[in-house]
Design a protein around this ligand. Structure first.
Ligand code: ADP
Ligand code: MG
Length: 331
């Protein structure tokens, strides 16, 4: 069955950034309003993700690290109807736990008791104890791939692994301006956002002042869009003249969640025409609100790919909207 294969596709933990991605998604699914990511040596030494989400009881956390357990679906039809949470495969904690030393400290929201600390080594539960901790969850991974030398061999330099982590946290920070994110590497804070639901403020925190001040706002509602397949297009795109990004990364979000759509990215790039210098990419943070009947966001859970009913139509509208916005600003 297609759904089974889709679930299996998520099974590989490639690198430290994959771990960060899974943990951040779990924190978002747990309704966190604050998510702190702290990593050492590009995440190979240690990855800590701490949130103020709904937390887990001792029973919950014992379940959570077992194979294919998720609290997020009860039935395969939930998958077919399009689950709204980011995780639903119930394998991330189990898979990551099997290839690292994993410690979870957690306490349910509103609990007045002590929290629970669970430690796993290479997939084996070593210790479960009571611990003093705030409400929410802290997941720590030490020595990723310590027991799988083959995987360890494929890790790149500390700088490269950290840049993948930075991309992941940036992605989620930009997609969730209502959550306060922070990212630190080797004891130094790389960025932090306020979580005050202000996209421009989030862009400033993540990309810095120069980029933030060169961004142009896009705000198109359904009545300004031709054929009713998009409810709205919002966000910011950078002025082509001040754009110096050498990274092809653009934050494209559909119905409030980050997705990887080469088609949407290309539509945006084509709106810039030949205005961008060679090998330069715009900074883009764009949110498309598309009626659920016209988009399938569960095509590939790991890559966050989407399938549109009318891809050409959607891309044409995105392109036109970005073009018009640039034109209105005389660009
Ligand atoms: P999935 O996210 O696909 O359900 P995971 O292996 O990532 O699977 O997580 C297993 C379960 O552990 C989740 O369904 C959730 O109940 C619980 N969990 C994991 N991380 C957190 C967190 N940060 N806060 C609260 N619960 C969590
Ligand atoms: Mg998950």
């Amino acid at each position: 069955k297609r759904t089974v294969r889709q679930i299996a596709a998520g099974e590989v933990v490639e690198r430290p950034a994959s771990v960060v991605k899974e943990f951040v998604e779990n924190s978002i699914d747990a309704d966190a309003s604050r998510i702190q990511v702290t990593v050492e040596e590009g995440g190979t030494e240690r990855i800590t993700v701490s949130d103020d989400g709904h937390g887990m009881s001792e029973t919950d956390v014992r379940m959570a690290v077992k194979e294919h357990t998720t609290s997020k679906i009860t039935d395969i039809t939930d998958l077919e109807s399009g689950v709204l949470t980011l995780g639903f495969r119930g394998e991330a904690l189990h898979t990551i736990g099997a290839v690292s030393r994993l410690t979870i400290k957690t306490k349910p929201r509103g609990s007045t008791d002590a929290g629970t600390k669970l430690q796993l080594s290479g997939g084996t539960v070593e210790n479960v104890s009571k611990t003093g901790c705030p409400e929410g969850t802290t997941v720590e991974v030490d020595d990723l791939f310590y027991n799988t030398p083959a995987r360890q061999k494929y890790l790149k330099t500390e700088a490269t692994e950290f840049s993948h982590i930075n991309t992941v946290v940036t992605e989620y920070a930009l997609a969730n301006p209502d959550i306060a994110f922070s990212l630190s590497h080797n004891g130094r804070e790389v960025f932090s956002t306020t979580g005050q639901d202000n996209l421009q403020g989030t862009i400033l925190s993540v990309y810095g002042k120069e980029v933030a001040t060169s961004m142009i706002e896009i705000n198109q509602e359904a009545d300004e869009l031709p054929d009713g397949t998009i409810n709205s297009i919002r966000g910011f795109v950078s002025d082509p003249e001040t754009t110096r990004s050498t990274r092809e990364y653009m934050s494209t979000n559909i119905n409030g969640r980050y997705v990887n759509s080469a088609e949407v990215r290309n539509a945006i790039l084509s709106a810039y025409g030949n205005q961008l210098a060679v090998n330069r990419y715009p900074f883009v943070v764009i949110f498309l609100d598309i009626p659920r009947d016209f988009v399938d966001v569960n095509v590939h859970p790991r890559k966050m790919e989407v399938r549109f009913d009318d891809e050409d139509g959607i891309c044409a509208q995105v392109r036109k909207t970005v073009e018009n916005t640039l034109l209105e600003h005389g660009l």
